[in-house]
Structure formats: structure tokens, C-alpha cells
Design a protein around this ligand. Sequence first.
Ligand code: 6PG
Length: 484
Amino acid sequence: MNASADIGLIGLAVMGENLILNMEGKGFTVACYNRTVSKVDEFINGRGKGKKIIGCHSIQELASVLKRPRIVMMMVKAGQPVDDLIEQLLPVLEDGDIIIDGGNSLFEDTIRRTKYVESKGKLYIGTGVSGGEEGALLGPSLMPGGSPAAWLHVKPIFQAIAAKLDDGTPCCDWVGEGGAGHYVKMTHNGIEYGDMQLICEAYHIMKEGLSMTPDQMHQVFKEWNEGELKSYLIEITADILAKKDEDGQPLVDKILDTAGQKGTGKWTVISSQELGIPITLIAEAVYSRCVSAMKDQRVDASRHFPRPDPRFPGNKQQWIQDIRNALYASKIISYTQGYMLMRAAAQHYGWNLNYGGIAQIWRGGCIIRSVFLGQIKKAFDRKPDLSCLLLDSFFNKAVRRCVRSWRKVVSTAQRKGIPVPALSTALAFYDAYRSAWLPANLLQAQRDYFGAHMYERVDRPRGQFFHTNWTGRGGTTASGTYTV
Ligand code: 6PG
């Protein structure tokens, strides 16, 4: 058979199908294969009919129709299926051919797989693909990383199918070696969890604190989507609040309040623990989903504890402004933390991440796309080695403008018994981060008291450690000062 296809794609679930149609629409010939082979014929005779798409009934056939170097993209479930497929692909590929994983794979798996595939003479890319079904079809945000030599061959296809900014910049660029692309996608998802939780807390306060109806909240989110909060997630929230069920009642009120999760938020938090980076907002967002899932226990507990009157006193319009400010300031903290995490990961794993470039990749096509990311890009243009987003002049000013509202909203929600874990942890982080002094001196004393873990002194150079015999009973032997 003629080797005429520019790329092969394996996995005909909705993301895979839509990516194929997107690629074909941009002028590429795409070969496709699916483990359940009948899906191939269904697709070729259905959505793929009359297009430059070659349906293949085996992996061998797929390999035979691809131009050299072959590019094969896997759109299958993360985990073992990816490893299994790599094993099937390796024997039918030649040296220099490229395997791409477009699923939400754990970055450590991608680091391992890149090394493994390279050891077999082939090249590997693990790429983040964001934007859901619609993004895959119309223009996703793409975050490729892996074997640098593969990028040259994959770039024309990826940048053609990616979302474009108004000036034509594609929301896709090379992220870095090994697992860098999947790490950045994982962080994207963590931030996505944070953004969603913040919106849910704003909704909670408006619903219970301000007794607003979904229609009224729809209006608020619509207005917010015209200003500095303009983003895909605010936009869809406005849409969701306006949606009516078949009986004409707001659909949102009929949806059970237990959240699911597929694991990328959890991975982000695990990685932050490994690297010692406080991404407190994303962590609270993940735990909030866990608390929401304890529905039966919550219903039971609600019978045992009184709840305060949730109504916020005073002017409703003013509160809406304050909630918007609190959300905006918290969002700045969340992205500050997310960028701190990527910085630490880059150092740890040896990636040369382009932080402004990442903001640009996320600016369009993906779930967290927003005008806000344009400001992050500008911050890194101003100072490419910016160590903390919060210290950039734009964000510094923005937080100072919002801080009064933020304190008011968090403290009132707490008094009124409305849980605001993301808004409040963001404020706690802000207060800790801007504090030259924290009570960790006492903590070090406690550690030294019970475990002889030693402490540094304010009146001696850093790096000198001391132990005190606090009770007169302990000896002078210290236990060492290593820190994980
Ligand atoms: C995206 C999304 C996507 C993710 C879903 C579900 O960027 O398009 O992040 O990759 O799989 O949002 O995530 P949860 O089920 O964990 O909410």
C-alpha cells in the first residue's frame, strides 16, 4: 500500500475522532486504527466519510500507510493501555519513527516511556491535550514534551490544529524534555480544579448568603465575563445557571452535589508534596471534591449540628463586587502557586520551561483559557526570570486593590458557616507569604525539645545548628538536621 498518511491515530473515542477530523480539515491525511475494529469502519462510513482518512484494521496496516518518519498518536486510556500499545507499536516501527501519547498520562510514566522508546531507537512525545471534545475538533491547547528530535516532524501538524490567538499565535509549543509536557498539562488540570472550586464558592455565597436565584447569578457571571475575570469557566458557569430542566426549573438545582475526579488534581498535589511547594488552593480544591463525595455522612452530620443563619448582612450589590474581588485575588494566588510548582519541577527534573510561553499555550483552546493568562504572559515578558507571580507589578497592585473585599468575604462566610476552603486558604497563604516573621521559631523549639532536631538562631549565621537541653534531663546529643 502507498505510504501516504501524514499521521496515524489510535483510539477512536470522541477525542480521537475529533482530533482526526481537525487534522484532516487542516489538509493532513490521517490513518486511524481502533482495538475494536468495527469502530474503524463505523467512523470511516460515518463522520469520516468522504475525507482523507484511511481506516486500518491492524497496527501493521497502520504502519504501512504512514509516511517516514512515521508519526503515530495514541488517544487511549492513561495507564497500562499506553504501555501495552507501545509494545505493539515498537515491532512495526523503524528507527526514528515517533510515538505520541495524547492522553492524560502521569508525567513520571512519560519520563519512563520516553527513555524506553528512545532506547529502542524510536522517538516519543507525551502531550497534554486540553479543551475537551470541542477543543479537539476546533482547536485544542497542546503541551508536547518528550524527545526533542521528534518536535521538528510533529510541529507542523500540532501547530496547524491548535487553537490560535487573535494574532494567529498557535496555543502549542514545545514544552521540554521527557515528562515536561504532561507535567504542564497536569498543572493545568490542578489549576482547573482551583478555578472551578473558586467559582463554586462564589456561587455558594451568592446562593445561600445573598439568597440569589440561578437566573440572577447567571446575570452576575455574565457581567463578570466581560471584565478581568473573562474566561471559559466563568462563561460556561453563566450558561449552566441559565439552563432549565424539562419542567422549566433550573437544571443546576437538580444535580446531586457530589463531585467526581479522574486523578490529575490529586497528582498535582502529590507532586507538590514531593517538591515541597505549597499549592494550598489546588489541594483544597481536591479535598473539597472528596468532602462533597461524602454525601451520606454530610446529610447525617447536618442533623447533629446547628447552622448559623447564612444570610450576609448589608448591600447585596456591594457584596457581589466584594465576591468578585475575592475570587480574583484568590485566582492570582492559585496561579502564583501553580507557577511556583512548575518552577520547582523544572529545577528538579532538569526542564528548561518557558513560563510566558506556557501562559500563551493556555491562553486559548484549553479549559482554563482566560484574559488573565494574557496578564501572566505580560508579567514574564517584563521579567522572564520572575520567581513569584505575586511580586509582578500588575498582580501586586491587583491583590492590594482586592484585599479588603477578600478579608470581608472570607471572614463573613466563616461567621455565617459557609465553607470557603479555596478563598480562605488563598488568603492564609497571602498573609503567610507576605510575613517576614512566622511562628516557626516555636515549632523548631518544639522539635528540638522532644526530638533534639536542632534549630538555627536569629543571632548566628544561617546553617549553624543548636540543641538545648530543655528539661535538664536530656543529654547534649542532637539527632541531626536533615530536611526533606
Ligand atoms: C482538559 C481537561 C481534561 C480532564 C477533565 C476531567 O484540559 O480538557 O482537563 O483533560 O480530563 O477536565 O477531569 P476530572 O474528571 O478530574 O475533573
